[in-house]
Design a protein around this ligand. Structure first.
Ligand SMILES: C[S@@+](CC[C@H](N)C(=O)[O-])C[C@H]1O[C@@H](n2cnc3c(N)ncnc32)[C@H](O)[C@@H]1O
Length: 275
């Protein structure tokens, strides 16, 4: 279902403000206004345990911008499929991609109705390019591919981004299968960007944070470096491989990046090419 489909309007009313939602808690971490008291309460509880959570959100957002800029500028990518988009936070992925390549075509996907409610902000792209929004669940990758194919030509390279998404999808819920299905649809020269939570760097804090999310009804999975690497199987990782998102190609930083301060960022990120 796309933002322009009349059916999309029907989903709008299903925003549940009684329980925290990952997209809105993340928005709170980023200093946004599109969250409810229940999200702020969970955000505050997590920050009390893991003071670095808002820093991790900012570092992850910066990783998205650096990776997108690299793909548009240096790899010539003109098509982007971003799954687990989140509530719009400027600059959004299409703004980064289209400022490097105004004709870039971008399809956003999220399953949270609040993101759909803000889709109009995601759809303001360049006249030369295209931006579209699809409300769908990442655990149904075939349906996503079908809808994205209305805008993207899968016979040409596509950048697939799953940024801070996969820690919301457990292995038993098909995390590996969804990545395989999506990457199998990409032609050589396509790229894959992924970031996800790890407990490798600060195990105690991260596990306490996961418990706080669980108490708020949100399931999170932390993965080791080896487990994250397996999602990139069959793809060729670009330098510097899988590292904390804060350490991924810092030379590509833009003016939106502020100093994160000391301490590890417990999210691994990597960018790879399909050969
Ligand atoms: C932490 S935010 C990341 C936003 C953005 N990708 C970024 O990195 O700045 C995670 C997003 O994934 C979405 N999400 C979680 N599970 C999902 C699923 N099964 N299908 C689609 N989206 C999902 C949430 O609604 C939320 O908007």
């Amino acid at each position: 279902m796309t933002a322009t489909d009349p059916a999309a309007q029907r989903v709008d009313s299903t925003i549940d403000t009684t329980r925290p939602h990952p997209a809105r808690v993340y928005d709170w971490f980023l200093g946004g206004k599109d969250n409810y008291p229940v999200d702020e309460e969970l955000g505050r509880r997590i920050t009390a345990i893991e003071a670095g959570a808002p820093r991790a959100a900012r570092a992850n957002r910066a990783f998205m911008r650096r990776a997108t800029r690299l793909l548009a500028r240096e790899r010539g990518i003109r098509q982007f499929l971003d799954i687990g988009t989140g509530i719009p936070t400027e600059p959004n992925l299409h703004q980064v991609a289209q400022s490097a390549a105004p004709d870039a075509r971008v399809v956003y996907v999220d399953n949270d109705p609040i993101v759909l409610a803000h889709a109009h902000a995601l759809l303001r792209g360049t006249a030369e390019g295209v931006t579209e929004y699809v409300q769908a669940d990442a655990r149904e990758p075939r349906a996503i591919l079908e809808q994205a194919a209305r805008v993207l030509d899968f016979g040409r390279p596509v950048a697939l981004s799953l940024i801070a998404l996969l820690h919301f999808v457990a292995d038993e819920d098909g995390a590996r299968d969804l990545v395989d299905t999506l990457t199998d649809a990409l032609v050589p020269g396509s790229c894959v960007v992924m970031s996800m939570m790890t407990a490798d760097l600060e195990p105690e804090n991260v596990h306490r944070g996961i418990a706080a999310y669980a108490a708020g009804g949100v399931t999170l999975v932390a993965r080791s470096h080896g487990e994250v690497s397996r999602f990139f199987t069959g793809l060729e990782l670009l330098d510097p491989g899988i590292v904390s998102v804060a350490d991924w190609r810092p030379e590509l930083a833009d003016d939106f990046e502020a100093d994160l301060g000391p301490g590890p960022i417990s999210l691994y990120g990597g960018v790879a090419v399909r050969r």
